[in-house]
Design a protein around this ligand. Structure first.
Ligand code: SF4
Length: 311
């Protein structure tokens, strides 16, 4: 059963009289119990995609297209209804820089209570908070502490517990391990994998393909506001088709491989006035003249790739 369906989603920000085309006609679907990774460089639009699904875009954003979550049309539901029935209860988000999102002047317990009040939770606050904090492997004593009294890894677990407190079906995790040391990263990934095993759908947004490979069944590679390759992670990692995906995979150091890492040269195009043809044209080692004119979108049996080489 299709669980999340994003159809032709387009997001533009109005900034200083100019339009920034952050997400450009993005489409993908996710089945129940599937997890997805969205990968790409900073500024490619992956966080905007997550914020659009959470209906938390800034006021200067205009959105079109369709997002269906569990058969509900997220873009057309009034914000009040979305806040009451869907946000945090069915779909929650672990925001980028989550460790800094805790309020330094309130205890952890107080911050949990604020979430429950905001979402009109009617049950036993103490019990539900303690269950959430236990589910991420933390002791209840942490609840009386202030954020500055706990480590970065603990803060990240607290933020994950906050996202899970109302038992959503799906969590969007935006760079959940960035700025953590490798040991804590491994602990957080083990935690997310365990949550996924227990039925939580995860949309993992990251620039790190290694981390995505630990969680996701499907992957969308984003470049300059577009998903340029989408499909099963196992297919794309073994047989990447889009030159950008190939370049991303070539830039990962591999154990035991003495060959030089091949860096991707150049920068993504501006999203204020993006090129009309293939957005990767200026950096693509296989670019052809017609790539300049028209961006292709080719369906394959298990996904799609936006590249003229794969028609
Ligand atoms: Fe390269 Fe052309 Fe494919 Fe774009 S369409 S990725 S420029 S070969």
């Amino acid at each position: 059963m299709v669980f999340l369906s994003v159809n032709d989603l387009d997001v533009q920000y109005q900034s200083q009289g100019k339009k920034v085309h952050a997400v450009d006609h993005v489409s993908f679907t996710l089945q129940e119990n599937e997890s997805i990774g969205i990968a790409g460089e900073s500024g490619c639009g992956k966080s905007t995609l997550g914020l659009a699904i959470m209906k938390t875009l800034q006021e200067n954003a205009s959105v079109s297209g369709e997002i269906l979550f569990d058969n509900k049309s997220i873009l057309t539901i009034p914000v009040s209804e979305f806040t009451k029935n869907i946000r945090w209860k069915q779909i929650a988000m672990i925001f980028q820089g989550a460790m800094n999102s805790l309020d330094p002047v309130f205890t952890i317990k107080k911050q949990f209570e604020e979430i429950l009040k905001k979402h009109d939770f009617q049950g036993d606050f103490k019990q539900v908070i303690e269950t959430a904090i236990s589910s991420v492997g933390l002791s209840h004593s942490i609840l009386d502490k202030y954020p500055h009294e706990i480590s970065g890894g603990m803060k990240q677990r607290v933020v994950i517990a906050m996202a899970l407190i109302l038992k959503p079906k799906m969590v969007i995790a935006d760079e959940p391990t960035t700025a953590l040391d490798v040991l804590v990263q491994a602990q957080i990934m083990a935690l997310l994998k365990n949550l996924k095993k227990n039925g939580l759908g995860i949309m993992l947004i990251s620039h790190d393909l290694g981390i995505i490979s630990e969680i996701a069944e499907k992957i969308g590679i984003m470049y300059a506001g577009q998903i340029v390759e989408f499909g099963l992670l196992s297919d794309i990692y073994i047989n990447p088709k889009h030159p950008y995906t190939i370049a991303l995979l070539n830039s990962i150091p591999k154990l035991g491989n003495t060959e030089k890492i091949i860096p991707l040269k150049g920068n993504p195009p501006s999203l204020i006035n993006p090129p009309s043809g293939c957005r990767f044209y200026d950096r693509c080692p296989k670019a052809m003249e017609k790539c300049k004119q028209e961006p292709p979108k080719i369906k394959t049996s298990s996904g799609f790739v936006m590249c003229w080489l794969h028609k």
